[in-house]
Ligand binder design. Sequence first.
Ligand code: GAL
Length: 846
Amino acid sequence: METNSVSSLVIFLFIFLAMGSQFVNCSVTYDKKAIIINGQRRILLSGSIHYPRSTPEMWEDLILKAKNAGLDVIDTYVFWNVHEPSPGNYNFEGRYDLVRFIKTVKKQGLYVHLRIGPYVCAEWNFGGFPVWLKYVPGISFRTDNEPFKAAMQQFTQKIVGMMKSENLFESQGGPIILSQIENEYGAQRRALGAAGESYMNWAAKMAVGLDTGVPWIMCKDDGAPDPVINACNGFYCDTFSPNKPYKPTMWTEAWSGWFTEFGGTIRQRPVQDLAFAVARFIRKGGSFVNYYMFHGGTNFGRTAGGPFVTTSYDYDAPIDEYGLIREPKYGHLKELHKAIKLCEHALVSSDPTVTSLGKFQQAHVFSPGDGTCASFLSNFDSKSAVKVVYNNMHYNLPPWSISILPDCRNVIFNTAKIGTQTSQIQMLPSNSQFQSWETYNEDVSSLEVSPTFQAIGLFEQLNVTRDISDYLWYITSFDIGSSESFLRGGQKPTLTVNSRGHALHVFINGQFAGSAYGTRENTRFTFTGPVNLQVGTNKISILSIAMGLPNNGVHFENWNVGIQGLVELNGLDQGKRDLSRQTWSYKVGLKGEAINLVSPEKVSSVEWVQNQAFTQSQQPLRWYKAYFDAPNGDDPLALDMRSMGKGQVWINGQSIGRYWMAIANGSCGVCHYVGAYRAPKCQVGCGQPTQIWYHVPRAWLQPTRNLIVFFEELGGDASKISLVKRTTTSVCANAFEHHPTVSNYKTESSTSEPKMLRQAKVHIRCAPGQTISTIKFASFGTPKGTCGNFQQGICHAQNSHAIIEKMCVGKESCKLAVSNSYFGSDPCPNTLKKLSVEAICSAKIN
Ligand code: GAL
């Protein structure tokens, strides 16, 4: 009896554990409709926030803002090179504290998509690979190569192991619902043929074998073998279908804007087009959308890939580089998300029925047969608005837009109609001044006295520096005889230097002789310029600069940097003189870098010079330092570097990043949201330096005596550098009466039909810590213009200003109705009216 009950207990326990482990392992699965979490198919809205591109102090706020925008998932890559700076030495501290980041997401109740890669692309140095990996004997990246696969497996296991030991997978009760292996491997696989194919299969098998209990993704690789899900990346993904009918339709990168490169313009993406793209994807049955980026952030230090990717990785994302909400992008997407979520049940329970409503118009209807119904009415005509008839009702569809009807009757959202507030954000002067600028000249004259090494010929730069610095000196000498004719008034000889990238400055006998730069598209370039030579020995010192290592392209690890090919003098009596095959001295990095001059502990180890003329001169290769107090308040901060040239800047020893006042070349014109979007479509900033402002995280400052140090390659006026505050200065509303908004859509009880409230409402809100101090403009009628320059139209309710002032001044936010009754009477019957308001935001007075 006893034995019996023990054995039945054992059997029971066995069954229980088996069921339990099955349940635990199966908490995230998928089918053709969606990712399934704990038995529920879900429409998941996700946003990329890369943890090293902000500070841990910013994470919670960023994630909260993402949550308030209606996101369910935070997506991040894992950046191998910052975690394993040398083989076997790991770093998960500070900005690299991946576990803390994931736990912060969990705290807000959101999920995580962990894109381990470990190849990540991401405009990140070397695509996320540590540079030492290139020097592992016999290695070849991202192909069927044993040393590479061994290293990749080791790092992937390390990350998965860390996540498991912290119980971070959803199968363990954690927030991670998805993981990615590789990144956009499809094109490379096709280029590599059989080796690419077997590497992809190996990578998938290796990842699946790690037994995380959550699905694996391979984005942009339609070869992804089962059970790995292939996903789409792009500006639009509605023509995408997964490679198997039983996989869900997922969009891992919906590009919210685009990255910036020094010398290029800022690329913006109108939110009406982004919302249209997302709605297009959802209406065809897509169930996962990740915005790349939702917050782009900053490429601090030397993390930017490239070459030439800017320090700012703002990306025109809904949350800007500084962590402030970008309107109307954020608000409009938030409304879109609410509208999509109202359709969730119908979307995940049925396939759409598509009917034509006109030449460029369609209805996608999801009606699972249980009484629910959601429809998406689209107009692909990029020129005209169209009236369509659907379900015996008339609907007006603006050009290039989709209307969402969560009950197949009422339009609660149209992708082209922005009903949310807009805001104006400005860089305002701070009360902080830089005190006592001092300078220190980087040594140019005695470099060859202590070279890193000497050798015959020109060496590839990365091989020499192993990327411990952007900078490598190439130094050589040659003799000029007294009989040369240029010495007696003839034409000066010219020097030609061929480089594989990315920039160089030439010094002849210690004197600056000129610079040359490659471009992102073509990193090779040639310096050619006249040089001042003297009788006897002449010295050429060339500072070659890497501006971020490439992050994509087939075998990008083999792309060379530095002076390669020919270094030649022309115009001597003998004709040409080839200098490339003679002895060169190499010096890795700057003297200031070697002594860590940028750190508060080491800054005093050299003789700094306090001389105003030096601070303002065009002298190249100079270090600068000063002290400043932290500005009051909580506004995000930036350095305005427009008076300088090119270099790197540090605050309290932390690297803010590379700066460069390269002028943006491009074509900036009027940008309309309609028509297919490509990154060059909406450019701003032509003719201005690409990046003037450099984010200074508040967390890096102490109240007083903060140290700023920078290295300037070209020269400039440091006395004009300033610290500015990024501030929301005003918020605007601009909404038509009867305008449908998601918040006007109410279900009175769970059984009754949802009803549209016909009175449109707008909500305006200043940034946290601010209140509305003044109403700069208010008009209910037919006002014209946009936020910042509204004007009254012919029709205007006289009491507009007084009413809005009473409702809003002194408050953080206010809700306004756009209706005749709200303003007492109809100022112009039979005219469609709107309300435009501009409210000034000011710091709250405590
Ligand atoms: C994608 C890539 C991302 C990022 C993006 C451009 O192709 O997967 O990592 O590089 O392009 O910002």
